[in-house]
Design a protein around this ligand. Sequence first.
Ligand SMILES: Cc1cc2nc3c(=O)[nH]c(=O)nc-3n(C[C@H](O)[C@H](O)[C@H](O)COP(=O)(O)OP(=O)(O)OC[C@H]3O[C@@H](n4cnc5c(N)ncnc54)[C@H](O)[C@@H]3O)c2cc1C
Length: 380
Amino acid sequence: MIAAPHFDVAVVGAGPAGSAAALVLARGGRRVVIIEKAVPPRYKTCGGGLLVRTLLLLPFDIRSVVERECFTAELHHHAPGLSFSARRERPVVSMVMRDRFDQLLTTAAQNSGAELFAGTSVLEVASRSDGVELKTSTGLVTARFVIAADGAGSLVARRAGLPELRHVLPALECEVTVDAARFEKFRHAARFDFGLTPHGYAWVFPKREHLSIGVLTTRRGSCNLNDEYARYLAHLGLDGPVKEERHGHMIPVRPREKMFAVPRILLVGDAAGLADPVTAEGISAAILSGQLAAQSILEGTDVQRAYREKLQTTLLPELRVARVLARVLYDFPRVRAALFARHGQRLSELLTRVVMGETSYRDAVRRPEDYLKLFRKRRP
Ligand SMILES: Cc1cc2nc3c(=O)[nH]c(=O)nc-3n(C[C@H](O)[C@H](O)[C@H](O)COP(=O)(O)OP(=O)(O)OC[C@H]3O[C@@H](n4cnc5c(N)ncnc54)[C@H](O)[C@@H]3O)c2cc1C
């Protein structure tokens, strides 16, 4: 009988969280395998907008897969009809297609020594005293530790007995090709629209030759996203595109509280519920949590606790503040409209500074003069 291949760490999922973790572990000299059910490059439902804070986490240049750099972010608020824009010398958002971006990250991990089992689904997870046994579609794999980077519907989390993620946002992403004249109108800026989609927002992210257009809501069941998307296209004057592909998926914006790890299994990225509740951006948290989980394993003592502590000093306080801001933004449309009417440009700048990594949500609320000003009347 052939023995199951054994690794120091098995990473389930070759998204940004999994590949970031595998890269750190491989560079740290661990024998690591990434088990991915698809065969890269695979499509991933995502706007593919990378923020500066995402790029800062990556230890290599990703320009080869960037389709477009947007130096301007446009923020529109409907009813009242208001528009603001924030421009920077550096790109505010770098646009990628996730198939190529994710493959670049996975290849970097492989080049550092990680193995990739592609086209292999993890089906069952069994804990043992000295490690974890994974039953996969191509055979058994054993490892001392498992990193669950298998996304919002994490099978590993379910098999490990962890509860379902509590707050996931339904989102629709459409890859839209339009004629050259209409493409020209939208190709220069990352565009965000509030006040159209109930309890959510809509966006246009220009890629090399097409537009990624999406809608999301923070309240499940409050609207039909297909209808909202059609309304948004009509609003933009983009109905009747040349070509269109629609994809729906969930974005988890509520962390798993204290359940980020069980013995020998650490959850990262969407599997841990770490996307930003204000922007629904999840790639930076995926990469950072993957790196933190890997570092905890490399350090080697009380891995579970070390990982939780690292999250508690980095991502979690930021997400807590973001959750409060998201409530104001999405649950109180009148307050939001009033804030935009009075201080839209200031809000756009503040949000841009957060996504540029120039400030954090925490710093913004720590300096009361910044947000108290938002509630004061403008001088005539
Ligand atoms: C519509 C939409 C738009 C978004 N736009 C943005 C954006 O513009 N910017 C941004 O930063 N974030 C965005 N996000 C969020 C972002 O896509 C996620 O937060 C991010 O992909 C999380 O990365 P991850 O590595 O944790 O998981 P994923 O990227 O989901 O990767 C999980 C991987 O695990 C694999 N897998 C799953 N189950 C198994 C299994 N049983 N066995 C083996 N492999 C398995 C999957 O095939 C997949 O490759 C968006 C999300 C949605 C839905």
